[in-house]
Design a protein around this ligand. Structure first.
Ligand code: F6R
Length: 241
C-alpha cells in the first residue's frame, strides 16, 4: 500500500489524473474501472482538461463503472450512467460503446451480475480501478457485512449510505434502497487500485480501514492485501494517521 499526501482536493485530483493519465499513455487500450460520488469529480475535470489540450487520447480506452442504483433509468439525472456521461464521457473522445455501467433497470439480479462479470472478463480484467471511500468503509456499494462478496451483485443500501446520498436527491424518500455493485473480488482482481479520499469526514474511516484489522465490517480494509494499492488523500482525510 502506498499513501500519497496531497495538500488539498485540487492537488489530490491532479495527482490522481497524473496516475490515470500515465496508465492511458502506457496502454492506450487500457480498461479503467471508474467510480462516481463527489470525490472523483475534480479528477474527471482534470482528465477532460488534459484531453482538450491534446495530452491524452481516450479513443481506445474501455471502462467499467463500479455500481449503479437499482431502478434508475439511464436518463435519470441521479443515475451513475448519467453522472459518468455528464462528468466525463461526453467531454472526451472515448468510444461510448466501450463504456459500461451496471444496468440499473435489469430486474433479474442474477443476470445483471453475470452480465457485468462477463463484460469485465471479456475485456481481460481491469488495469486500473478508481475508488472513493464510503463513510462506513464501503467500496463500490459493498456495505459492511459478515462476509466479503466476490462478484457483481445486488445490495440493500445501509441507512448511513442512504443518509449520505440524500444530498443528491430532492428528498430522502427518493434515494434508491438497492444498487448493483461490483463485488470485492471484482475490485481486488484489478491490477492496480487507486483510492481517493478527501475531507475531515473521511479521516477516522481511513485510519480504521488501512491501519485496523482486515474485516468485511470495514469492506475497504481488504485493500491492505492488494499488491498494487495507492491511496491519495488530502491533508484533512489523512489527519488521523
Ligand atoms: C461510487 C461509489 C461509492 C463512493 C463512496 C464515496 O461509485 O462506489 O463507493 O465512492 O460512497 O462517495 P463520495 O466520493 O461522494 O464521498
Amino acid at each position: 500500500m502506498r499513501i500519497l499526501k496531497a495538500k488539498d482536493y485540487k492537488e489530490m485530483s491532479e495527482m490522481a489524473a497524473d496516475i490515470i493519465g500515465a496508465q492511458v499513455l502506457l496502454k492506450p487500450d487500457a480498461v479503467l474501472g471508474l467510480a462516481t460520488g463527489s470525490t472523483p469529480i475534480g479528477t474527471y475535470e482534470e482528465l477532460v482538461k488534459r484531453y482538450e489540450s491534446g495530452r491524452l487520447d481516450f479513443r481506445k480506452i474501455k471502462t467499467v463503472n463500479l455500481d449503479e442504483y437499482r431502478g434508475l433509468t439511464k436518463d435519470n439525472d441521479q443515475s451513475y450512467y448519467y453522472f459518468m456521461h455528464s462528468h466525463l464521457f461526453d467531454h472526451i473522445n472515448i468510444d461510448k460503446a466501450n463504456t459500461n455501467v451496471p444496468d440499473g433497470m435489469e430486474p433479474d439480479a442474477i443476470k445483471a451480475g453475470e452480465d457485468y462479470e462477463n463484460i469485465i472478463s471479456n475485456f481481460g480484467g481491469i488495469d486500473l480501478q478508481l475508488l472513493g471511500l464510503g463513510n462506513n468503509g464501503h467500496i463500490g456499494f459493498n456495505e459492511p457485512c459478515d462476509e466479503f462478496i466476490d462478484k457483481t451483485h445486488v445490495v440493500d443500501l445501509t441507512q448511513s449510505t442512504i443518509e449520505a446520498n440524500k444530498r443528491f436527491f430532492a428528498s430522502i424518500d427518493e434515494v434508491p434502497k438497492q444498487a448493483y455493485t461490483m463485488g470485492i473480488g471484482s475490485i481486488m482482481r484489478a491490477k492496480r487500485v487507486l483510492m481517493l479520499v478527501s475531507g475531515k469526514g473521511k479521516a477516522q474511516i481511513v485510519k480504521d480501514a488501512f491501519f485496523g484489522p482486515v474485516t468485511p465490517n470495514v469492506p475497504a480494509s481488504i485493500l491492505q492485501l492488494h499488491n498494487d494499492f495507492i491511496l491519495i488523500g488530502d491533508a484533512e482525510a489523512l489527519s488521523c494517521l
